[in-house]
Ligand binder design. Structure first.
Ligand code: NAD
Length: 466
């Protein structure tokens, strides 16, 4: 397999080098084919996603995987010519006066590797490709083994819409991932777990390969005293239950004012019930990806219960999930969550929502800052100075105020984590720049600048005949 991977990389790299530069028309054409690959096969992709998840609605997949991918690719098509323009920089005195010029030219890097996770297997391949193809690169993509049907279909479609010299897909498990990360790409984008990100960075070090790591973490929701509780709980419940919480940006835990905790639990329950009055046969509610993750989540709920948490299972129709074999898991609100519980130690990645009470905002901020830097931070409230305080005193990959997740949907906002939640960013122009090499080009004037600036030996003496 390694041989094959190396061969594909070698073929892509020599094709890349022999077709430099990469004109805008070629990039437009690749982006167009990427759009066609997804939009002309939307139904088949939605079916594949549903089969992989056990159940996932067409509406959800259309929104989170198909439409989101097409939007990112279209955005790149629209702005490509502007992004590609060289960026002239002012030349300082005295070089400027002598007619020298300086500019930054954006060159493609070459062959970019992409390692994708299972939670949005179409989106998290095609959105990176928007930046990668816009920047004029070729790409190799390693899909997740947890979504075998979607992964195989994506590989087959890529073969129909692209030459393998332009875009090649690889399927397989961890060993394939390891072999893939060991390849000397010109850039590697990894989206996945923080622990695996460490291995990727080690592997990349051997090749001095630049990497972008899009990782996970525990993204907090801070509810201020001034927050509208009905609106807050509706938005948090919607974000937490989308894809059954299997989203890197899902609100992981909530920090709420002591006196409002009961009202918030009540609001979350109400909102979840209104959206999903039943769950088992409800086509809108996604199942947990596999038995291993289902068992992990139910173990963590039991662990919280055993450690004294009050667990609110939002099961309005009183359905029997254990007996159903459906891998559907209702929203579980964990009241009085404490640090010793598993749900407070790692990223949850499922419909389980621990709630912690705080006395004052300083305490809530200290709690966030006492944990690893998260991928996202959410603040709800209508108090501008408190909002400023939260944004100024915490550090996270991104932030949304008065909602959750939404910052990812704005193409022109850089998307990425910080520290253990990631390294580097992409989306929109930032993606184009991440996958381009910003090459400085200096153009000298006709004048003998070195002499005029005193840079030419002999130094400090004037030539004089004795
Ligand atoms: P994962 O890290 O287990 O797997 C991701 C990919 O890496 C898969 O294709 C897998 O085969 C491969 N892989 C696994 N071990 C590897 C190794 N040692 N070397 C090379 N490749 C390896 O992640 P997952 O379970 O698929 O996805 C869930 C995680 O991804 C969560 O932590 C979530 O927060 C994160 N995530 C982050 C983002 C983001 O944009 N920041 C988006 C989605 C998911």
């Amino acid at each position: 397999m390694t041989d094959t991977l190396e061969t594909v990389l070698g073929t892509q790299r020599s094709a890349f080098m022999s077709h430099l530069p990469v004109p805008a028309a070629v990039r437009q054409d690749r982006l167009k084919r990427a759009i066609a690959m997804v939009s002309e096969n939307a139904d088949a992709l939605c079916d594949a996603l549903s089969e992989d998840f056990g159940h996932r609605s067409r509406e959800q997949s259309m929104m989170t995987d198909i439409a989101a991918s097409v939007a990112a690719l279209n955005h790149a098509r629209k702005h490509l010519s502007r992004w590609m323009k060289a960026d002239r920089r002012p030349v300082q005195f005295p070089l400027g006066l002598l007619g020298a010029r300086g500019r930054v030219e954006y060159q493609p890097k070459g062959v970019v590797g992409v390692i994708a996770p299972w939670n949005f297997p179409v989106n998290l391949v095609m959105t990176p490709l928007a930046g990668i193809l816009a920047a004029g690169n070729r790409a190799m993509v390693k899909m997740s083994e947890y979504t075998p049907v979607t992964s195989e279909l994506m590989a087959e479609l890529a073969g129909r819409y692209f030459d393998t010299e332009e875009l090649a897909f690889v399927t397989g498990g961890v060993e394939v991932g390891q072999a893939f990360a060991a390849l000397p790409f010109d850039h590697l984008l990894f989206t996945g777990a923080t622990g695996v990100g460490r291995h990727i960075l080690h592997a990349a070090a051997d090749n001095l390969m630049p990497v972008t790591l899009e990782l996970g973490g525990k993204s907090p929701v801070i509810v201020g005293q001034s927050a509208d509780i009905a609106r807050t709980t509706e938005r948090v419940a919607l974000g937490k239950m989308l894809n059954a919480g299997q989203i890197c940006l899902a609100p992981d835990y909530m920090l709420v004012p002591e006196a409002k905790e009961a009202e918030i639990v009540d609001g979350l329950t109400r909102a979840a019930t209104a959206m999903y009055p039943t769950l088992l046969a409800n086509p809108d509610y996604t199942a947990i990806i596999n038995d291993r993750h289902y068992a992990r989540l139910t173990d963590w709920i039991e662990d919280a219960r055993a450690r004294g948490a009050q667990v609110v299972e939002v099961n309005p129709a009183g359905e029997d999930f254990a007996a159903s074999n459906s891998r559907k898991l209702p929203l579980h609100i964990i009241r009085d969550a404490t640090d010793d519980m598993l749900v407070m130690q790692e990223e949850i990645f499922g419909p389980v929502l621990p709630i912690r009470r705080y006395r004052d905002m300083e305490g809530a901020i200290a709690e966030v800052n006492g944990r690893p830097r998260p991928l996202a931070l959410y603040y709800f409230g209508n108090d501008a100075s408190e909002e400023r305080q939260v944004l100024d005193r915490t550090i996270s990959g991104g932030a949304t105020v008065n909602d959750v997740i939404f910052h990812v949907s704005m193409e022109e906002l850089p998307f990425g984590g910080i520290g253990p939640s990631g390294m580097g960013a992409y989306h929109g122009r930032t993606g184009f720049e991440t996958f381009s090499h910003a090459r400085s080009v200096f153009r000298q004037s006709r004048l003998d600048v070195a002499k005029l600036a005193g840079l030419k030996p002999p130094y400090g003496r004037t030539t004089r005949s004795s």
